[in-house]
Design a protein around this ligand. Structure first.
Ligand code: IMP
Length: 179
């Protein structure tokens, strides 16, 4: 099915699967058997988190958060609001924030500060995609899947106007702003 709003494939399905396996090995080794709480940022991170969780050989707990940032469909304003909060208490837990994509870094900066204030034993970030050169704040991300050019992309959980999340690769979106 050809879609005129989609451009070139930025990360193929094979590249995604291979990199997720590598990240899983790295996490398995770094956490050395310690249990880790994966905090998925909905909705975009659901597919990455599901694959990543299966690639780590560690005792894993899951929790999810949903945030929205004010702005247009393709631009973040940096003002973030929590739509759905975590169930679990973070104290004494090794928390890994699992993010789909870091663009300006403002959403992540907000999340990190918010979760750090809850007293976790450790707090790290694993982001599938990092857009090169766009961060307004130092994102300080320990685990990065791919560094990509600053184009708007969809697929593998990422959407525009709730579409394209089910594509098994990351592809450039060239259509109109969905909102
Ligand atoms: P940031 O706060 O500018 O880093 O934006 C992060 C959030 O904006 C991500 O969690 C996504 O929800 C969304 N986002 C940023 N860039 C893209 C993109 O290229 N495709 C889909 N969503 C994006």
């Amino acid at each position: 099915m050809t879609d005129p709003h989609l451009g070139r494939i930025v990360v193929t399905e094979d590249e995604l699967q291979q990199r997720v396996r590598e990240l899983g090995k790295e996490l398995t080794s770094d956490y050395g058997g310690r249990p880790v709480l994966l905090v998925g940022v909905l909705k975009g991170a659901f597919m990455f988190m599901s694959d990543l969780a299966r690639a780590v050989d560690l005792p894993v707990e899951f929790d999810f958060m949903s945030v929205a940032s004010y702005g247009s469909a393709t631009r973040t304003s940096g003002v973030v609001r929590i739509l759905m909060d975590l169930d679990l208490d973070l104290s004494e837990r090794h928390v890994l924030i699992v993010e789909d994509i870091v663009d300006s870094g403002l959403t992540l900066a907000y999340l990190r500060k918010n979760l750090a204030a809850r007293g976790p034993a450790s707090l790290e970030v694993c982001a599938l995609l990092l857009k090169e050169g766009l961060q307004k704040v130092d994102p300080d991300i320990k685990y990065v899947g791919f560094r990509i050019p600053p184009d708007f992309v969809v697929g593998y959980g990422l959407d525009v106007g709730q579409r394209y999340r089910n594509l098994p690769y990351i592809i450039e979106y060239t259509g109109p702003d969905a909102e």
